[in-house]
Design a protein around this ligand. Sequence first.
Ligand code: SF4
Length: 441
Amino acid sequence: MIDSSFLQNKKAVYYTLGCKLNFAETSTIGKALKAVGVHTVQEGEKADICIINTCSVTEMADKKCRQIIHRLVKEHPSAFVVVTGCYAQLKPDDVMAIDGVDLVLGAEQKGDLINYLLKMDEFSCGKAVTTPAKNIRKFVPSCSRGDRTRYFLKVQDGCDYFCSYCTIPFARGRSRNGSIADLVHQARQVAEEGGKEIVLTGVNIGDFGKTTGESLLSLLKQLDEVEGIERYRISSIEPDLLTDEIIAFVSQSRHFMPHFHIPLQSGSDAVLKLMRRRYDTNLFAEKIKRIKELMPDAFIGVDVIVGTRGETSEYFEQTYCFLKGLPVSQLHVFSYSERPGTQALKIDYIVPQEIKHERSQRLLALSEEKTKAFYEKYEGKNAIVLVEHAKPGALMHGFTANYIRVELDCNTMSLDNQLVCVKLGAFNGDRTALKAVIMDK
Ligand code: SF4
């Protein structure tokens, strides 16, 4: 048994960049350190340990990671600085070269962070410990808790898809997942803690079951039976893995919300081929049609990348027209970012930065139109909202089942994490939510 008393009463600061998965993992690391007596620093306190969980989805993300590392090293000069996450896995030497970094841990080592901390003397001159992506196999269970009303439960990690523009398979390794039994157990723990909403998160959630021989549909069915959890959301699912059975199950389930987030990436079949995506626009449109047939009120968010190599203006117009014709609620628009080691770099046709910007502006405007139209359909209607924690004096917010953001005209702490019936009104001042009044039960 490793003696962890050495960590007793140490103070730690945590910083997370990137996706829900990273937040779940940092939260789990924080919980494990708390269990061995490590406190989270309060405002203005100096930390003994600094944990930075990084992202590397774009070049900008890498730059942001470096800025944050420099800033935290400066703010906590005597801290032992550990950098982990996707940027650490992809560029360990670059991270190690940053002044003040003591330890760089790759994706396979992230789950063992405590054990590395207990040997921190061995790393006095700094060390990077990573495993080649093709050998990353460990699934580290994670669930964010305590810092948000909604819990992020990690159900799957890694990806075997190798889309031509993406580095995530190189940063997170092969597709793998937790067992249904363990994930149901974690959901029960969330219910025991009073949690009401769980967001299932992963890299390629639809690929759940690869390492346990189980299926995503079975997982959803068993989670739906867990007493106390009122709401589940699937954070994102590939269109080719969103089966009609899953759509039908969500429409009939007790607790899975009518809310889908589906990466399209391009509305041009030619570009989808260049991206090495595993579906075409017909399949995508079919999925949207199926969802709307069974759940007309469903909120559908769609990821789209503009300016990938090979995206001519003709292909972009195809994307624009395809999205304009789809009954979806919101677009998440990303500008293509060159990533080292990806197949996309072999495509000669490069889209200039200013054209990328123009295209993303057009899709962002289209997204605003779609979200406005979706929200306005519910003005004057009643809805159930899960009220989220708010700072003292701040207005309270929450989401309806179909993911409409709602602003309440009050700040009553007793409503925190409560499901309340509201009457939806018009948009609030900055058009980020519908105003709502609480209906008497
Ligand atoms: S499915 Fe494609 S885009 Fe998504 S993580 Fe895997 S390789 Fe990347």
